[in-house]
Design a protein around this ligand. Sequence first.
Ligand code: GDP
Ligand code: MN
Length: 377
Amino acid sequence: MVKLAEWRGKQLFRKYDVPLPRGAVARSADEAAGLVGSGKVPLPCVIKAQVLAGGRGKGGAVKFASTPEEVRTAASSILGLEFKGEKVREILLEEKLPIARELYVSFTLDRAARDPILIASARGGVEIESVDDREIDRQLIDPFAGLTGYEKRRAAKVLGITGNAAKSLDRLLDALWKVFALEDAELVEINPLAVVGDRLVALDAKVIIEDDASFRHPEYAEIRDDRTPLEEIAREKQIAFVQLDGNIGVIANGAGLTMATLDVLKEFGGNPGVFLDLGGTDDPAKVAEAFLLMAQAKPKAVFLNIFGGVTKCDTVARGLVEAMGQVPPHERFPLVARIRGNHETEGIAILRAAGITSVPSLKESAQAVVAATGGRA
Ligand code: GDP
Ligand code: MN
């Protein structure tokens, strides 16, 4: 997922005419002072840290300023912050609007209903997770019909919006829906949506772009979550591969078994360093390819924990033995296998022929791997 900083989210909002305060981004106190000096950002103004974490308001990462001096001071103090582990490199300066009420609206995907959902609450300005469920209104949106007048009217009612403001809300929701649908977002959230006179203005923007649509969005290539070079190769080959800090390589199949395997290793004092989920493949070449990728991460020992289903035990064993043969002798590592399930007998025989014994007990096999790395067993 690509989580956009507020100012990037607002750039998308602007493209579809979601009403916003006037503002601009700065990367230094001088630049910030320049923005108010030139009148590009009117005073008084709000200065906001551009970090991905929420709760900036409460955490001192949103400040107000009424004079150019105050802007400079606030800007340099925020730019010096490390907010929830993230260094602040950019700030957003915006005109300070007189807020009558703070509301909440968002479009996101309801995974259970498999439909988009419009969430609205009159209790904006605080994290939606902390709002009483009875004060949150949820409406599923038919993805083919799109957002209709009915949903917008119900939202207006829930938000307590009437008259001209209701017209403003109607246009805003249409615009926000477009951001959601046309920009491949999995979340577009405005919190707070401010009532300013009879206008509505998006004071904050949280936008998350759907990963599966990333091929349509080269513009986010630079800000996409950091992958290691090996993870990048794995992604291109469509191999589920994650690198952590430890020294044990884990090969399992299915997310559930993979996670459980990591837990068991931790339980016995092991330190899983990279894991690979074979998922449901029945191609030994694919297994070999994945295994060689793992070998490049230079694990101290590898734990193969397979429950044969669609991915049969003998397929995995064949791929593994083939790949092991390609790892240069000085780069080899101890390997502990535990393979069970579909075609187990054939798999065990293939491994045995290559000098690898399958240990049936999860506890004993996990302890053996940990011991092989010199950890507690
Ligand atoms: P978050 O805490 O990280 O979600 O940051 P927000 O963008 O939601 O800002 C936090 C709070 O700052 C908001 O709930 C508002 O109360 C306040 N705030 C932000 N912009 C303005 C503004 O233009 N005028 C006023 N009066 N308050 C603002
Ligand atoms: Mn907010």
